[in-house]
Design a protein around this ligand. Structure first.
Ligand code: UD1
Ligand code: UDP
Length: 366
């Protein structure tokens, strides 16, 4: 048997590393296919190094484009790879366009698939990721859920519960593996940051693509930066638009290139406050006990609010919410973290996959 992992974007690498390691420990033959959706060294290579991921067996180099163009390139490239390698199982991660394309290709070629991080729903179909999640879960043969709410979403959509496994969160496995390397001091020194600072990351299309939304958001972040220095490792999406809206280095605001995984989480670990619209960062701040203000109208990760340090805010609410969060500090009650976010999701996923491979169940379900 051969297991192929299809990875394309920054959060995919973080989620896959523990699964790849878990399967390696069980001696399963596997390989990584990098679609090239993210290609800058700081969006890709640095994650392979920081997470100890093996070299991909192929890089499709699809690059950027509109949804249709990028997805079309992904479909064509992934079909060729699938036909060449004829994998026994393809594992996909999260909700990016590479995930969607891999699931479609495999469904048409009758190649069984597993989806890691199944069942998350924002119930907001204007998010491209929500469309990707729905299609991916509808077509996956094995579904790995990171939180209990995912189970009810999947059952409401008619997914056979026998195909769903609640395994915890591999993104948190990666965080735990990196924990003893997470030291804010050197990164702080390099960026000349004082001891008390905040971190912001912004890249959701709904926030950064439209100039009016970008301006509203930037004004709100500038207001927060009157309270404490804010460092913004800027995602390439929105870099220009946010700069046009006034998100530039000066005063209490520091705009830097995207940071590598260990550098970024080191900075988050030492931060008094995080402002974000990222999915993964909501989860990581919950585990690190850092207050997180998510500038979005909804989240597919409500467990980070009920069991973590996360709050949803509008740009208009951001400064007041920052004042409150800074006064209160982190609010995670110890012992009440999300269930199974214990650093062992990768081995759990690997055991399910290995059992499935041994069972010789090679036909897709459904
Ligand atoms: C993608 C995912 C999003 C995820 C994010 C993680 C989709 C639909 N979206 O968004 O869910 O949260 O990754 O970071 O799959 N660019 C570069 N260098 C790169 C990659 C991208 O400069 O290495 C720029 C290009 O201008 C590109 C833009 O960023 O057009 C957007 O990249 P793309 O992969 O299409 O989507 P993201 O916004 O990164
Ligand atoms: N991240 C990073 N450097 C950065 C910003 C984010 O290493 O400058 C990491 C972050 O810790 C998390 C992942 O990238 O593990 C999240 O990716 P992103 O926010 O791009 O995507 P999303 O989770 O929103 O899909």
């Amino acid at each position: 048997p051969l297991v192929l992992h299809v990875l394309g974007a920054r959060p995919n690498f973080v989620k896959a590393a523990p699964v790849v390691r878990g399967l390696a420990e069980l001696g399963v033959r596997q390989g990584i296919v990098h679609t090239g959706q993210h290609y800058d060294a700081l969006m890709s290579d640095v994650f392979f190094a920081d997470l100890g991921l093996p070299e991909p067996i192929a890089n499709l180099g699809v690059g950027s484009g509109s949804h249709a163009r990028q997805t079309a390139a992904l479909l064509t490239g992934l079909e060729e790879v699938a036909l060449e390698h004829r994998p026994t199982l393809v594992v996909v991660y999260g909700d990016v366009n590479s995930t969607l394309a891999a699931i479609l290709v495999c469904a048409k070629l009758h190649i069984p698939t597993a989806h890691v991080e199944a069942g998350l729903r924002s119930f907001d179909r204007e998010m491209p990721e929500e469309v990707n999640r729905i299609v991916t879960d509808a077509l996956s043969d094995i579904l790995f859920a990171t939180s209990p709410d995912a189970l009810s979403h999947l059952s409401n959509e008619g997914v056979d519960p026998a195909r769903v496994h609640l395994v915890g969160n591999p993104m948190i496995d990666s965080l735990f593996s990196a924990l003893d390397r997470l030291d804010p001091a050197p990164v702080r020194a390099r960026l000349e940051l004082p001891e008390r600072y905040g971190v912001a990351t912004l890249h959701r299309p709904a926030n950064v693509d439209d100039p009016a939304s970008a301006k509203e958001l930037v004004d709100a972040v500038l207001e927060v930066s009157e309270r404490l220095p804010i460092v913004v490792p800027i995602h390439p999406r929105g870099r220009e638009r946010l700069a046009e809206a006034g998100l530039v280095t000066g005063g209490n605001l520091l705009i830097v290139d995207p940071l590598g995984y260990v550098d970024f989480l080191s900075l988050v670990r030492g931060a008094a406050l995080v402002v974000t619209d990222s999915g993964g960062v909501q989860e990581e701040t919950t585990m690190l006990g850092v207050p997180c203000l998510t500038v979005r109208p909804n989240t597919e990760r409500p467990i980070t609010i009920t069991h973590g340090t996360n709050r949803l805010v509008t740009p208009a609410q951001l400064a007041a919410a920052a004042d409150r969060a800074l006064a209160e500090g982190a609010v995670t009650p110890s012992g009440d973290l999300p269930p199974l976010w214990d650093g062992k999701a990768g081995p759990r996923i690997a055991r399910v996959i290995e059992a499935w491979l041994r069972g010789g169940n090679l036909s897709p379900a459904g």
